[in-house]
Ligand binder design. Sequence first.
Ligand code: IPD
Length: 263
Amino acid sequence: MTLELAVLARDVGREAAAHVRARRPVGRVEVAATKSSPTDVVTEIDRESEDLIRARLLSARPDDGFLGEEGDSVEGTSGVEWVVDPIDGTVNFVYGIPAYAVSIAAVTAQGVVAAHVVNIASGEEWGAVASEGAWRWHDDERVPVVAPVTSQVSHALVGTGFHYTRPIREQQAAAAARLLPHVRDIRRIGSAALDLCGLAEGRLDAYVEQGLKPWDLAAGGLVAREAGIVIEGLGDTPDERLVVAAHPGIAEEYFSLVRACGF
Ligand code: IPD
């Protein structure tokens, strides 16, 4: 059943990614509105992508719920809720930086059970099913993804992101400045879903972010976890306050360091 959800997420995610690709004009994309702050933007194409995803998922499974970044949520009765970011990395999308993704997760009372993430610009795709592993799609073949071993925090390449509101940004910048001397380097790629899929397959060694919403975290979080990455928050559960993630080889030491740095 959960593999069916992952396959549906893939079909719909690919269609939405193709739509966004076709609709993106050359150059800078116009911003339609701002949200939590003047730098938190949305475009008409984010809204089109979300409308398409909602319509396709609920036409295939009319009793499911839906929670999307840009629209009204729909209460379901089936026990499955879709948690969707129609373009994760909207700022990259606006500027034409090729790191923005469609992120689709199916969530039940057990948590996130199936996920699909597609990098709209490159076409790279990742998926996962809870307790059944993570994979990268090569055409229609699922190639398992297992996070490579990382054993030294000092050699860790760390992904992060910054909140849209100024006081939290100031605190994050100070914490990142304290973290930087202890790790290999820091990357701010601009799409949490792609950061987490990158962590799953070794493009990053560790991750820290504050301010992630459920749609930023759900699908990429399952891909990372199923690839063997440990993900926590201030406690066991990652949430908007804090998401920390790393290979088990460094997780305990890295998580302590992150907290000591003031995240
Ligand atoms: C954003 C990206 C970014 C993260 C922000 C998110 P959006 O998603 O995932 O990497 O730092 O917190 O809001 O707004 O482009 O869908």
